[in-house]
Design a binder for this molecule. Structure first.
Ligand code: THU
Length: 131
């Protein structure tokens, strides 16, 4: 877990967040032990910005990995920052319901939950099966 924290803190420094001034770093470990990192990348056309978690997931897939075992997200905030709704669904695409999601602050506060706790009632592929 400490390696994920260090990786998330380091990549957070490289975030491109000139509009919100809110830098976020994310690091995830895949089921095979690979670590992927991402930071938020904002855009002057605001909706085009991407979250740190989305960047880490893109890096994971680009590395040929598709199974998330755990995720660590860190920001400079009063309390640990939870992934946005869209990122919860993105994580759910690649993680089991018991995958651990840890939210943290740069000061060291942490809150850890499972994906099932973070995204109850998630939409999944089974919802598209008729029989
Ligand atoms: N952000 C993330 O990157 N991850 C989160 O979990 C929450 C929000 C980013 C998006 C935007 O660049 C900035 O934080 C402010 O919302």
């Amino acid at each position: 877990m400490d390696d994920l924290r260090q990786a998330a803190l380091a990549v957070r420094e490289r975030a491109h967040a000139p509009y919100s001034n809110f830098k976020v770093g994310a690091a995830l470990r895949t089921v095979t032990g690979h670590v992927a990192i991402g930071c938020n990348v904002e855009n002057v056309a605001y909706p085009e910005g991407t979250c740190a978690e989305a960047g880490a997931i893109a890096a994971m897939v680009a590395a040929g990995e598709t199974g998330i075992a755990e995720v660590y997200v860190v920001a400079d905030a009063p309390d640990p920052v939870p992934p946005c709704g869209g990122c919860r669904q993105k994580i759910a695409e690649f993680a089991a319901r018991d995958a651990r999601i840890t939210m943290a602050t740069v000061d060291g506060a942490e809150r850890s939950v499972t994906l099932a706790e973070l995204l109850p009632g998630a939409f999944g592929a089974d919802h598209m099966e008729r029989t």
